[in-house]
Design a protein around this ligand. Sequence first.
Ligand SMILES: Cc1cc2nc3c(=O)[nH]c(=O)nc-3n(C[C@H](O)[C@H](O)[C@H](O)COP(=O)(O)O)c2cc1C
Ligand code: SF4
Length: 650
Amino acid sequence: MLLTEPVGVAGVLAPSRVVFGPHETNLARGRALGDRARAYYAERAAGGTGVLVTEVASVTPDDWPYERAPLASECAEGWAAIAAACRPYGTLVLAGLGHAGLQGSSAYSQDVLRAPSPVADVVTREQPAAMEQPDIDAVVAGFGAAAALAAEAGLAGVELNAGPHSLLRQFLSGLTNLRSDAYGTDRSRFLRDVIASVRAAAGPDRVLALRLSGDEDAPWAGLTPADAYRLVDELAGTIDLLTVVRAGHYSSSRYRPTARTEPGFNRELCRSVRAVAAGRVPVVLQGSVVDAGMAQDALDDGTADLVEMTRAQIAEPRLVALVRAGAPNRARPCLLCNQACQVRDVRNPLVSCVVEPRAGHELDDDPPASRPGPGDSPEVLVVGGGPAGLEAARTLALLGRRVHVAERSAVLGGALRTAAAGPGRERLALLVDWLAEECRRLGVRMSTERTVTPADVHGTVILATGSRPANAAGTVDVLDVLSGAAELPSGAVVLDDPVGGPVAVALAEQLASAGRTVHVVTPDPVLGARTPELADANFRLEALGVHRALRSRVAAIRPGEAELEHVWTGERRTVACAAVVDCGHRRPDETFAEVDAVRAGDCVAPRTVLEAVLEGRRAAFAIVAPPSRASDSSPQLPAGHRSRVAALPV
Ligand SMILES: Cc1cc2nc3c(=O)[nH]c(=O)nc-3n(C[C@H](O)[C@H](O)[C@H](O)COP(=O)(O)O)c2cc1C
Ligand code: SF4
């Protein structure tokens, strides 16, 4: 069976075996799915996804886990619009349905959290009330009513969430279900009641899918693979599609981890669950599958019948179409960085993607058509071969312009290529490799070891010259350490990290693993406060014996020692060290300060890959395409916002 082949699910045909799974997007308007969500899903449907599960909607109004969490009773119109938008592509669209139980929040609902037992969530520590029979009946009925609504809206069916963030899992797990009544002595009873309610309400011709956590990684009381086998055996005849996932009460970050966890990490679990299912229900592999080759292997070796590739399709909506066209390498790679697609953070952002900033912003522009180049138009010079320069060049080439990228160093990729030298960060380089390859394919002229000076700049130019270190006296630049340009003297090392980002975490890990004494100095109460894998990063650094100077800054550097100051009390202490590495904010490169040209990326202000790609593309549009109108339906954006991030043709 081929990944790109149609597959029947309970008699309904899906155009491919690739699944776009449910995830939090913040694209809802209030608690309803609006135009942004429709456009986001439609673009993935157009790209060939086979089964698409919409963002999980709460089945009862007391459940309001985050501000823009969809509520099923408000989703009928949005579901109908999504169904209509995806219909031309044949995509099998399912409504994600769930209830967060103790993992919700009373901050929005001003209602008590309801859960199987009074066990507080490990993250929020909010204490829930144990559900009484009427509460249970209301949720069971809520699932049924939501499924009926989804069916009326024209969706192919529903997927019930018994994954890491769900009341259904909380009932199944011995960690969170401490009841002594029939829902405790028989922990799958609640799920069976919900399935029966949904089946009765949606009718026999709708698909009933289940997302099930098959391992909570807490074997003393949590769900184990053995529990999953028993459950699957029990439920196989009552469901139409089963997605096997991992994680739960203590381990929710293992659901969709960063590149630190091996891609395809759920394969063994999925294969053994599929063996138990024995053809009674098709099984979907989930878990950092971002490579079409790996997905095809999982079909070939009997691991799964379908493969969920959610982040892969956030990064590359055209994934299936490209595989079908025999060009899988042209798919933008997902870096498994979780930087922009994980929206539950203090910024409350819209879902997006560092390699494809148009994700989540599909409505902000009319996509311009690719155009043949005006034969006589002069070549555009792009100064800098990092992500911003390469994306600008790629976009210009797609728009028919001749382009020359001039890169000062011997390799393309800029700071990102060097950043990828840190442990677990290798995938960062995939983006610049992909951009360079696309530029090559599109005929962009690329010169390395080519230094351009302000005097050389004539004609149409895009400046993407990146950043320079802030030059804090007595420190070594982190990029020089990672690239090997600077060799650290032997002895202890202080990493000065006022950012709280992944850079210092990675370098600390690298140096400590090599046997160095490492001190990380941060003004935050925890290391790596702005990394997408906070707990795991701290666990690793703790295990490696990395010293933490929390709520501190480097106040002075003297030969053989650094003086650290507590940022609240002003108390000072010294630590012996051979070097202090500056992992802090950088400064824009100012080589071309006097030149009037379009700029992109770190040379505007050093930030992240997302801004580099976004501005590289905008810079190309600033040269070739006039700004287009902003969508009327951009409630989260300031008036007059023009993202100028546009879709590009396959
Ligand atoms: C040491 C170092 C590590 C970095 N790590 C990341 C990272 O993990 N994620 C990210 O988005 N940007 C990271 N950045 C920033 C990007 O590399 C930078 O914004 C991008 O390369 C700018 O591209 P440009 O030079 O083409 O403007 C890092 C930068 C440095 C100097
Ligand atoms: S933000 Fe990172 S992890 Fe998320 S889809 Fe994009 S590349 Fe993948």
